[in-house]
Design a protein around this ligand. Sequence first.
Ligand code: NAP
Ligand code: MG
Length: 514
Amino acid sequence: MIEFRNEPLTDFSKEENRKSFQKALNEVQSNLGKEYPIIIGGEAIQTGDQLPSINPSNVDEVIGVVHQADHNLAEKAMQTATSTFETWKNVSPAARARILLRAAAILRRKKHVFSAWMVLEAGKSWPEADADTAEAIDFMEFYARAMMDYSQRQPLVPIDGEENELIYIPLGVGAIIPPWNFPLAILVGMTTAAIVCGNTVCLKPASTTNVIAAKFMEILTEAGLPAGVVNFVPGSGSEIGEYFVKHPLTRFISFTGSHEVGLRINELAAKMAPGQKWIKRVVAEMGGKDSIIVDQHADLDLAAEAIVVSAFGFSGQKCSACSRAIVHEAVYEQVLEKVIARTKKLVVGEAKDVTVDVGPVIDERAYQRILEYIEIGKKEGRLVLGGEKADGNGYFIQPTIFADVHPEARIAQEEIFGPVLAFFSAKNFEHALEIANNTKYGLTGSVFSRDRFNLERARREFYVGNLYFNRKCTGALVGVHPFGGFNLSGTNAKAGGREYLLQFMQAKCISERL
Ligand code: NAP
Ligand code: MG
């Protein structure tokens, strides 16, 4: 098999690419408002309890309507996943991997259409949606290869008189609970990593992006995945999500989302349910409060550009988004000015418009919460840009920058998950690192510096799972930058890395006396 390579991103400066993406958008637009069923054991089930998915750029537009599961159907999904595990676990790793490769090929052919769904359902700009689809393809290509590696003979120390073997076997039934902010990539990565290892799953997608999840189910079916391996169970997180988390037949939970929900899942999963005979494994990838440090001697234009892209790409709704710019006092005003000037050029508007840089935030709740944080920020810092909602029939918020924020302020400590950036002045590099490390999170961070000594120091002391030098702190690539943080950013499972698969397997060592 050819070596893994990242899926190339689409160059939207080329007219032909813009044209074909627009065509995909038109196609999706003529398919809006359809109904999507629950899928359990291959059977499409309609409950009549339907949740509309709304375009956050235009709240009068219904993207699709998704049937919602109740406890009975969640139970049916658990039973189906449990019985299907008995056959799926015996399908060879290579055969399982081939289904991922086939799904990746199908998705590659439908790339722009899937990206277009995300433009409309999640409010992603064209390039952000394109990157999301590319990452989904990458996850499947990468985990397929990783599984084939793990199915090879593993190295053990030889000993006379015995033949020894260590093999990786699946865990059982998993609950897959992804977030909405990478509605395709993260859902695909979490789901396919679990199944390529031989597990079966109940997938409860994020409620705001149910349609893109339903579309991915169509690909799995087309790729030949046997019924019952992935059971698609849309429903509320606190109802259906928790039902799976607490269920005695659940062997593991793979969650990505906020630290509040992650901690609750961890606590619920720790309680033994009647009849349960294992410790549930919890993979919880959670939030961030990520910093970019700008040193006294650094390329300030490069730094300013990276801060703007990392802070306001997808309206700051990335776990890796830069929400804290920590700048050496000698260049503080300069960097602040450069960032303000660049941010002013960002176009805010409907995501379906190719010229738009910053689309809406995801829903009414996020919108209100972010606007509240902006009001808090007005008391905690000096508002230098934005600070208001923006025009449009959707959840638009102006890119907002606060200067001179105290490192202990709420907007310095709490994950806002919106287009809000805080600036901090640091006395020296040591002070900058101190501010950067002073959060309960530890996901991503960047340092802009020309000082080798300071870069080496950051290498040791900047306590984040993904650290970047002289580049933005978003945009981790599968295989290149295995992703996952420290502290309350999660369990450090390193998605997009080879070892990620070990979260979903257990090792069996077999020794035969010769
Ligand atoms: P969220 O509110 O925590 O929801 C995540 C998922 O959990 C959704 O599917 C949600 O379902 C479900 N859920 C909610 N309450 C639940 C409960 N009590 N029991 C079980 N499941 C429950 O997070 P989000 O708003 O979707 O995503 C944003 C967060 O994800 C941010 O904090 C971001 O930093 C983090 N994130 C982290 C990473 C990483 O790799 N570390 C990557 C991306 C995002 P409903 O949609 O039905 O509520
Ligand atoms: Mg929506």
